[in-house]
Design a protein around this ligand. Sequence first.
Ligand code: ATP
Ligand code: MG
Length: 275
Amino acid sequence: MLDWELIKEDGTKYYVDTSISLIRDDHGKAIGFRGILRDITERKRSEKKQKDLEAQLYQAQKMETVGRLAGGVAHDFNNLLSIILGYGELMLASLGKGHPHHEMLTQIYQAGIRAQELTRQLLAFSRKQILEMKVVDVNGVVTGFEKLLRRLIGEDTQLTLALSSDPLMVNADIAQMEQVLMNLAVNARDAMPDGGALTIETKAVELDEAYAGTRPGVIPGSYALISVSDTGCGMDKDILERIFEPFFTTKERDKGTGLGLATSYGIVKQHQGNI
Ligand SMILES: Nc1ncnc2c1ncn2[C@@H]1O[C@H](COP(=O)(O)OP(=O)(O)OP(=O)(O)O)[C@@H](O)[C@H]1O
Ligand SMILES: [Mg+2]
């Protein structure tokens, strides 16, 4: 039995399986072949759909596990860092600038602050942040952040906003939404070292059962869509599969920590959204 991929005259692909058997006459002498072709396009299609769904489910489960792990570690680290920073602050205050250990203690204290920022991002990734939810217009959030975005991406990159004409009311934490926009914009900037175009589009979308059925974790309903696209280098499939993992980065050591998209993922998920 053999599977073949064939192309019809109109260019569409279809799949057939073939079985071929030898025909013999009464004396056992081979006198020909008998072949059967069966159209298995539907089966192939549903097999592929099943495979895609399994891969997505695996991704979602991986993110769950990594999220729980990161959240647990970040939580404990945060408590330990509170002690380090608390006593550090007290010691710095009592030591005075002229003390020979003042400079070293300052370094220790600042490293602690950086560590706290890292754990804060990890907590965002694992959806453990306390959100300040408000009813807001997504378009208002984007335009309110426009000036900062422009400054962030620099003059060589053109920013275009294509916002829905009607307000897009959602329940969200504005600061967290801005955080996501910023992470995406910084990535866009990094992907376009020689400049390019960054486009932010918003619109109301309806995600139906059919769509939700192909994406684990998506609940059908009305959503506000924010699409951020750039004309930068893009990424291949291997990178795409890992972008939401905390600490996954393709950038140099001091250029990226690999937490931007992980935190964005956590924030969006905590808002019952999809990214
Ligand atoms: N707009 C983009 N174009 C091309 N590649 C991207 C884009 N956004 C993300 N990536 C890829 O995904 C990786 C992970 O992105 P992420 O924002 O999580 O981390 P980072 O930008 O490397 O570091 P950090 O955000 O912590 O500074 C990037 O290193 C890059 O390879
Ligand atoms: Mg980033």
